[in-house]
Write a protein that binds this ligand. Structure first.
Ligand code: HEM
Length: 122
């Protein structure tokens, strides 16, 4: 099951980052008269993607037997990164949002979360 959960983790990851980035661009060009229909898809992607990411993350942890003595610190830090995405999601949905600042922020936060799982420094 470990590989299945991990595959879902990667699926959620791709859904989340494509959804949040595309939503940010729609927010940036927010002066359009009609909201583009694609916004439904991009929002669904980041909401579903984050849910899949969190659920599959915990399932992977339990499949690894890494939850026995409580959550490892690197996993707690990953959850902290997920929390940091909350203000990003709010900003992404604002008209004329700071896309130039937000998109690099997603890259940095995402790379930090990935590095915590890859290198498990703590
Ligand atoms: C922004 C959010 C997240 C991103 C970008 C992310 C990214 C990644 C990536 C790229 C991997 C693959 C690393 C590898 O192959 O070793 C991974 C693995 C993993 N992630 Fe996440 N993750 C996120 C959130 C979470 C959360 C919330 C949890 C649960 C606490 C979690 C738990 C795990 C676990 C258990 C692994 C497997 C580690 C292993 O196989 O050694 N992740 N994550």
């Amino acid at each position: 099951m470990y590989f299945t959960y991990k595959w879902f983790h990667l699926l959620g990851l791709m859904m989340f980052f494509s959804g949040i980035s595309a939503t940010t661009l729609v927010g940036y060009f927010g002066k359009m008269k009609e909201k583009p229909k694609i916004l439904m898809l991009t929002r669904t992607f980041y909401v579903l993607g984050m849910l899949v990411l969190i659920v599959s993350g915990f399932l992977t942890l339990s499949a690894m037997g890494a939850m026995a003595g409580g959550l490892p610190l690197w996993a707690k830090l990953k959850l902290g990164i997920v929390v940091l995405f909350i203000p990003c999601i709010i900003l992404a949905n604002m008209r004329g949002t700071w896309a130039r600042f937000l998109i690099p922020t997603y890259v940095l936060l995402g790379a930090a979360a990935a590095a915590l799982a890859l290198f498990k420094p703590l």
